[in-house]
Structure formats: structure tokens, C-alpha cells
Design a binder for this molecule. Structure first.
Ligand SMILES: Nc1ncnc2c1ncn2[C@@H]1O[C@H](COP(=O)(O)OP(=O)(O)O)[C@@H](O)[C@H]1O
Ligand SMILES: [Mg+2]
Length: 271
């Protein structure tokens, strides 16, 4: 069986500086991994290691210098300049900042119905119905649809971002530090939600995080990035139970607990 996503020898460079100082810096180098249907691949590494850039390549937000990214057998570089609508719905993303992910002047319900509209799905009435349905799926109520982003908590807003993504029935969800802005108990709730959604729909996750505790709980397999290179990858238990690389051991040593739920709550956090 071919994997849903196949990343092969991926390298990505950025142009930095201007004029005669301009140079190309390679920030992702020779990275290869696959993600199967219904599988979660956790990509970890410290800040600046190239995690987001890798995610961006999959989302076609970063140019690939060399190597290939294949989705369902299709090399995504063959799409050319304009990413097909089908790919944009097949591969959705949830990012770190739930507030920045919403338009402050639009209700959060509209962020879902607009996404459906952009993809040519349904009419005004059916889109509203679909939004209600997907809100309930992510643990929000119909009443939340007509609220503005400022009227929701960070956790609720992240549920909206997930709802908007899930509404398009993606096959792969790129979660880039999707939990990093949330407090620990909210992180646990969103992890549980993502796991439930995966069970229900069979979608795959590229789960990017600097926090190994979160990644360990949700991932089937894990890749460890260091300065743009994958230094280790394997089954989650294997990477965590018996890390082969010094860098992985150092990252693990800096991790407080296996799951946010298992960590002691800070005294300031209300129950
Ligand atoms: N648009 C950009 N232009 C130039 N350099 C960038 C750009 N985006 C990221 N970088 C650099 O690429 C490296 C990897 O960044 P990133 O993928 O965001 O890392 P991570 O998500 O692991 O923190 C960093 O050194 C960062 O400064
Ligand atoms: Mg990042």
C-alpha cells in the first residue's frame, strides 16, 4: 500500500539578505518520511529546526528546492502555480495562533461557511447546516456560530479552526504547533478531539510541535528534526522508549511529562 503522503529527499532554501549580501540558506535538507492513511506523524525538533517549513512545503506555501512531495501518488510539484481546489481541501491546516486564524470582523460561523463557499460547496442554507454540524462535531454549539472571535476563548477558537478544516473533509491535516498557545487542560481536550476526529474520519495528521509530551501521546510515528535534517524517526514508542540519537535524548530530557493531562497543574490555573 502506498502512503498517503510521501516526502522524499526534500530540501528547501530561503533567500536571505539583499543586494550583494543576498544568499540562499538551506533550512530543510534531504528529509524523507511517509504518512499512511489514518496515521499521525509527529515532527519534533527545537525552534528553527525546519518543522514549519516542512509543513509549508506540504501545504505548497514554500518552494521545494529539491526532492519530491507526493500526495496520494501525485507529485505536488506537477500542480504548477495554482494549487488545485481538490488539493486545497484534501490538505488542510491548523496553526498555532487561533486568534490570527480568524477574521475579527466576521462571526466564526462565517469562517466555516466562507471556506465551504470558496470550495463551491452547497448553498447558503446547506452551508449553515454543515457549519452547525461541524461545530457540534468539535464540541461547540450552534450558538457559537454567531459569535465574533473576541467572544470566544483560545480553546474554543482552536475548535473553530479545526471545524473549518474538518468541514472540507480533508485527508491530511497539518497541525503546526496547534496546541502551543493553549493551557494544559485545554491541550488535553484538543488532543482528545483530534484523536476522536481521526477515528471517525480516518484522516492523517502531520503533527508539528516543539513539545514532545504532546507529540508522544498523539503520534503513531515520530521524526526528529535537527537543523533541517531528520536525525531519527520511527514508531513513537521506539523513539521515546529507546532514543538512538543524542539530540532526541536531549529533547526528551527537557520534557516534563508524557501527556499534558499527567502534568501537575500550575497553581494559577483554575480547575
Ligand atoms: N520566509 C523565510 N525566509 C527566510 N528564512 C526563513 C523563513 N522562514 C523560516 N526561515 C528560517 O528557516 C529556519 C527554519 O524555520 P522554521 O521552519 O520556521 O522552524 P521551526 O518551525 O522548526 O521553528 C529558521 O532558521 C528560520 O529562521
Ligand atoms: Mg514552527
Amino acid at each position: 500500500m502506498t502512503a498517503l503522503l510521501e516526502v522524499e529527499n526534500l530540501s528547501i532554501s530561503y533567500e536571505v539578505g539583499a543586494g550583494w549580501r543576498k544568499k540562499s540558506v538551506t533550512v530543510v535538507e534531504d528529509v524523507s518520511f511517509t504518512i499512511g492513511a489514518g496515521e499521525t506523524y509527529g515532527l519534533v525538533g527545537e525552534s528553527g529546526s525546519g518543522k514549519s517549513t516542512t509543513g509549508k512545503a506540504v501545504l505548497r506555501l514554500a518552494d521545494i528546492a529539491s526532492g519530491t512531495v507526493r500526495f496520494d501518488g501525485t507529485d505536488i510539484s506537477t500542480f504548477g502555480k495554482h494549487t488545485p481546489l481538490s488539493y486545497r481541501s484534501d490538505v488542510q491546516a491548523v496553526f498555532q495562533d487561533p486568534i490570527a486564524s480568524q477574521n475579527p470582523r466576521h462571526t466564526v460561523g462565517r469562517s466555516v461557511t466562507d471556506a465551504l463557499k470558496r470550495h463551491g460547496i452547497g448553498d447558503t442554507k446547506s452551508r449553515r447546516r454543515a457549519a452547525v454540524e461541524v461545530f457540534e462535531q468539535v464540541g461547540l454549539r450552534e450558538g457559537h456560530l454567531d459569535r465574533y472571535p473576541s467572544q470566544l476563548s483560545g480553546g474554543q477558537l482552536q475548535r473553530v479552526s479545526i471545524a473549518r478544516a474538518v468541514a472540507l473533509e480533508p485527508r491530511l491535516l497539518v497541525c503546526d504547533e496547534a496546541l502551543s498557545a493553549l493551557d494544559l487542560s485545554t491541550q488535553s481536550q484538543i488532543i482528545d478531539l483530534l484523536e476522536r476526529l481521526q477515528e471517525e474520519s480516518g484522516m492523517s495528521y502531520l503533527f508539528i510541535a516543539h513539545d514532545l509530551a504532546v507529540v508522544k501521546h498523539i503520534s503513531h510515528r515520530i521524526g526528529v528534526l535537527k537543523k533541517g535534517r531528520l536525525v531519527e524517526q520511527g514508531d513513537a514508542e521506539q523513539v521515546f522508549g529507546n532514543p538512538q540519537h543524542e539530540y532526541t535524548r536531549a529533547l526528551l530530557a527537557a520534557t516534563p511529562a508524557a501527556h499534558p493531562r499527567d502534568r501537575r497543574r500550575p497553581a494559577t490555573l483554575a480547575a
